[in-house]
Design a protein around this ligand. Structure first.
Ligand code: URA
Length: 234
């Protein structure tokens, strides 16, 4: 018989969500064990022994983990359902039968590299600040930021009462009215890149994630995905 493990870990291992999300679902009363709703975090599960239900559906542990890199187009949400009925990223994964979820988020109008997996432990650890997964974005911004303001943005600025961590920033191209910047950060605050450029007076007009960690798009067309091999994951 399998080793007992905490309910939230069982849910993340089974591909329901990251561990943190699974904790939210438990607290919201959406998880039942053998017919009883569990809202506290201490519950231990022995896979195969108890039956676990999420939103009324039995959770069956996945036999294999899968890791997918998607080139997300604009207009897709990175949640698994959308009350407003907008298209969701997983609808682009034709032929994938595992229940994967996005690692982190990209805004509706942001395109580019998005990792999806059913491995809740990996999803959790890559989002933890101590692991510092870098994210590289190409941002087209209004106007032409000065080298001084780029330097201060790279060093760190106060954003919502917290300094941003150092970032790498380069000017890729200057157009007539806009500039194309490449920025690498390793934090994952909501709308961070847009807020950073807004803060120096150069709002983002278009945003694309070029790479998540070392996982670059490498010619992957918009809306297409590839299944990652073990060596690409390291
Ligand atoms: N920063 C943003 O502002 N938006 C994204 O989608 C990702 C990072």
């Amino acid at each position: 018989m399998a080793e007992p493990l905490r309910l939230q870990k069982f849910l993340s291992r089974s591909g329901v969500a990251s561990r943190r999300k699974a904790e939210e679902y438990i607290a919201q009363g959406r998880v039942k064990v053998d017919g009883k709703t569990i809202t506290t975090m201490g519950e231990m599960i022995t896979p195969g022994k108890q039956k676990v239900y999420f939103d009324g559906k039995e959770v069956v542990a996945e036999e294999r983990f899968i890791y997918i890199l998607l080139n997300k187009p604009k207009g897709y949400v990175t949640t698994l359902s959308d009350p407003q009925g907008r298209p969701i990223v997983t609808s682009l994964l034709s032929g994938i039968r595992e229940r994967v979820f996005p690692v982190g988020r990209l805004d509706l109008n942001t395109e580019g590299a998005l990792l999806l997996t059913n491995d809740g432990d990996l999803a959790q650890s890559t989002q933890h600040p101590s692991h510092e997964v870098t994210k590289t974005y190409e941002a087209e911004v209004k106007g032409h930021p000065t080298s001084g303001s780029i330097r201060s943005l790279a060093k760190g600025i106060m954003l919502e009462n917290k300094m941003t961590a150092p970032a790498k920033i380069q000017v890729k191209r200057r157009g007539k009215k806009t500039s194309v910047m490449v920025i690498t950060i390793h934090e994952g605050r909501k709308r961070q890149v847009k807020k950073m450029f807004q803060a120096i007076g150069h709002p983002v007009v278009s945003l694309k994630r070029l790479a998540y960690g070392k996982l670059g798009l490498d010619g992957l067309a918009l809306g297409k995905f590839k299944i990652l091999q073990q060596n690409e994951l390291k």
